[in-house]
Structures are given as C-alpha cells and as structure tokens.
Design a protein around this ligand. Structure first.
Ligand code: EPU
Length: 417
C-alpha cells in the first residue's frame, strides 16, 4: 500500500495551480447521460473518483474517451443498460448521481444502494422520495434501487435536509420531466450552480440555482455541449491551509475566490494576510502568529465540512483554543485520534473537538481514514518536527490531483513510497 513520507518544518512558498473540482465534475459526468450527441467536459482533474465514474458509464455501454489533457468526451448512443453495479458503487457513493439522469431519459434505472461510509451513514432517502414525488416507482431489492417511470412529472419537492448530491440528482431528473419542478431547501453549493449552468447550456430551463429554491421547467431533450469544470474550492482551501500551517506564503491560481468566502474569513481570523483577485488567492503567513479559530460546519454558504479536518490541523499548532463542531456528518472526527498521535492536544466530545494549540507537532506514523482526514494529516506532517508517514493515501488520490508534485514544487519534502 502506498504512503507519504513527509519531512516537516519547511514554510511553503510559491504558486499552486488549482484543478477542476471533484464534486463538480462527478455530477457533470452523470449529466452526460442526459445528452443527445457528444458531450465534452474540460478542466477535468486526474482523480480516482473521476476514473470510477467513467468506468461506471462505460459499463453501461456509453462511449467514453479521455484525451491527453484529460478532457472527457462521452456519447450515449451506444448505451446498452441502465445499471450501476455494486462493485463500482461501493467504491464511490457519488455513483448514485446516475439515478436521476437514467430514470429521466430512459425511464428506468437500477443502481446499487450505497452502503455506509467512514464519515457517516449517509442515507439517500431524499433522492428517492424526490423521484417518487415526480412519479417514479421505486423498490429497493437485492441491495439495488430499482426505479421506473414513463415520463417524470414536475413536482414541488421540499427536501427535509440540505443535500448536495440529492439536489443534483433531482435537478438532473427534473430537466426532462413534464412540467415545472420546484426544489425547495435546495443545496446552494457552487457545484450545484455549476451543474445547473451546464444543464442550461445543454438546453435545460433552470432558474434559482445558488438559492434555496430551484425552479426547473422540463424540456423534451438536451444536447451534448462542451463545458469547463469549476475550480476546486476544497483543494484551494487545503493549499491555503498548507501555507498557513507552515508559516509560508502560497498563491493559488486558476481558483474561484467567490466560492470560498466563509473559508477565507476564517483564514483572516486565524491571522493570515489574504489577498484575492479574479481567479487567484494569495495567503501570507510569514512572520505572523497563527491563532486558533472556532469552526461550525454548515451547508453553503456556511463553513464547509470538507474543510473541517484541515482547520483542525491548523488549530493544533495555533495560539489559543479553538472549538470545532461538525454538524453535517455524524462521524467526521476520525482524524482527531491520528492528530493526537502527533502530540496534538484535543478533547473530543461527540461532534465537538476542543483543540488547545501547542508549539509543535511531532512526526509519527498515522493512518488516513477518509479523503479530507488524509489532507489534514498531510498538513500536520508538513508542519511537524521530524518524519510523518501517512498510510492509506488512496483516500488522498480520490480528491487531490498530483498532491505530492504540487507540494514539492512549493518546497515541501514529501515522497510517495
Ligand atoms: N442526507 C440524508 N438523506 C439523504 C441525503 C443526505 O439524511 O437522502 C444527510 C446526510 O447523511 C448528511 C447531510 O444530509 O448528514 C448532508 O449530506 P449531503 O447529501 O449533502 O452529502 P453528499 O451529497 O453525499 C457531498 C459531497 C461531500 C460533501 C457533502 C457536504 C459530492 C460527490 N460529495 O456529499 O464531499 O462532504 O456534499 O458538503 O459532492 C468530499 O469531497 O470529501 C466529500 C465527502
């Protein structure tokens, strides 16, 4: 199994080019199922999850080609089956995103029910009740969601919890439904807006994306288009955290600063100097004192759960005490025990972590338990005295393109072994 060896203590300095957003490209790949003709997605990050989604489409018979710049072109003319099998879904929960488009376009879908996950139970009940409200017949049998519908019908769907992929699935179903759909209590994440923009380019009629009510006037069909993926706000935030935790300075380019308001505000509160341009963010922590900050994760535009673990790592070596509360997932604190192996002073009370900053962490062997936990351990390793070995970095590879190359280029001593 591959791992990272990190020799900490180097303040990072330089420029990092941000990749396309994992959580935006996965729904766009699923949206390709709605398109007549060819659909090309640009600015696609080279990530395990993107490859898994491509395999899922190929398994259905969809033609998928990837060029040397990693632009992905799909054509659904060759589709043979509307089934997403357990073998792939169990490796990536976001596979559930094919359910809405398959049902809307082909009138049927069989998608393995995603199981639990390290960070929480993550049910998909809201996806299913929303599709049922649009007239789908759904049964769950043999571990599969089996859904059928003649043509989906527009409906008013009030989602009981804000769900990102739930909103995306229902949005992709509603675009081909007959009549108007109102998605209430919709997720406002930038990745939802990116999906709506792409669907509109394909010929859909969606308004209100980015607010909590999305209105979709169904259309008869959608065309394949070329679309470039939004920059990854969580990757951006993670590199900015790398500058902050090492007392360095990094400029993230090809970024989307407007998607990171809550995160940038917290970096400033932590004592960093943050400057922003149209598509770049510069964070300078040189000769400044890192201060502990309180974090409360919320749906967008609140502070994202996907940045919680990284700020926890920063708090461990900050001045003062920071209280980190995870409100989205019930089990997203697994990095706490690993950070404590590096000397961090953290008291965990359910979904709340009270972090008392210490002068330095010490390198240790640690184990990644999920994607963002793995990022927090890499950050801790970059700041720690001595050698940190981060094991199970297949989690990292799901969401960070060439992380060791990008970090090495700005001065980090990190090796994949
Ligand atoms: N929920 C339900 N029922 C549902 C759907 C969700 O109760 O039918 C609950 C979940 O259990 C959770 C809350 O609603 O407590 C929010 O979950 P959400 O559905 O928004 O999460 P998701 O769509 O499965 C996406 C991202 C996650 C990110 C969350 C929250 C993708 C592919 N994944 O997951 O990304 O943490 O939104 O912002 O977009 C990551 O990149 O590391 C990652 C986990």
């Amino acid at each position: 199994m591959q791992r990272f060896e990190i020799e900490g203590g180097v303040p990072l300095e330089g420029e990092v080019v941000i990749s396309g957003a994992k959580n935006a490209v996965l729904p766009l790949q699923a949206a390709a199922l709605l398109a007549n003709g060819e659909m090309t997605i640009r600015n696609v990050p080279r990530l395990k999850d993107v490859a898994t989604m491509a395999s899922l489409l190929e398994g259905m018979g969809v033609t998928v080609s990837i060029d040397s710049e990693n632009n992905i072109t799909t054509n659904t003319e060759t589709i043979e089956t509307q089934c997403a099998p357990y073998e792939l879904v169990r490796t990536m929960r976001a596979s559930i995103l094919v359910l809405g488009p398959l049902l809307a376009r082909y009138g049927e879908a069989e998608v393995s029910l995603p199981g639990g996950c390290a960070i929480g139970s993550r049910p998909v009940n809201i996806h299913l009740t929303g599709l049922e409200a649009m007239g789908a017949d759904i049964i769950v049998a043999d571990g599969y969601i089996k859904a059928k519908a003649k043509r989906l019908q527009g409906a008013t769907i009030a989602m009981e919890t804000v769900t990102v992929t739930g909103t995306e699935n229902l949005l992709m179903a509603a675009v081909l439904a007959e009549g108007t759909t109102y998605l209430e209590n919709a997720a406002r994440e930038p990745e939802v807006v990116d999906l709506a923009n792409c669907l509109n380019k394909m010929g859909a009629n969606i308004t209100g994306a980015g607010t909590d009510t999305i209105v979709v006037e169904g259309v008869e069909s959608l065309q394949g288009v070329e679309y470039s993926v939004l920059p990854d706000r969580i990757e951006t935030g993670t590199y900015l955290a790398a500058a902050a935790i090492t007392g360095g300075r990094l400029k993230c380019v090809n970024a989307a600063p407007e998607t990171l308001d809550a995160v940038l505000q917290k970096f400033r509160e932590a004592g960093a100097k943050v400057e922003v341009g149209d598509d770049w963010i510069d964070l300078d922590m040189r000769a400044r004192t890192l201060k502990a900050v309180d974090i409360d994760t919320e749906a967008h535009p609140g502070f994202p759960t996907d940045m919680q673990a990284q700020f926890m790592a920063m708090n461990t070596v900050s001045q003062g005490i920071g209280v980190v509360v995870e409100n989205i997932f019930e089990n997203r604190m697994m990095h706490v025990a690993e950070l404590m192996r590096m000397g961090a002073n953290i008291r965990l009370e359910g979904n709340k972590a009270i972090v008392a900053g210490i002068p330095a962490l010490y390198g240790a062997p640690v184990m990644a338990t999920d994607l963002r936990a793995s990022a927090s351990l890499v950050l801790a390793g970059l700041a720690a005295k001595g050698m940190t070995i981060v094991d199970r970095i297949y989690h990292t590879d799901r969401g960070y393109e060439k992380i060791e190359d990008k970090l090495t280029a700005v001065g980090a001593r990190i090796k994949r072994v």
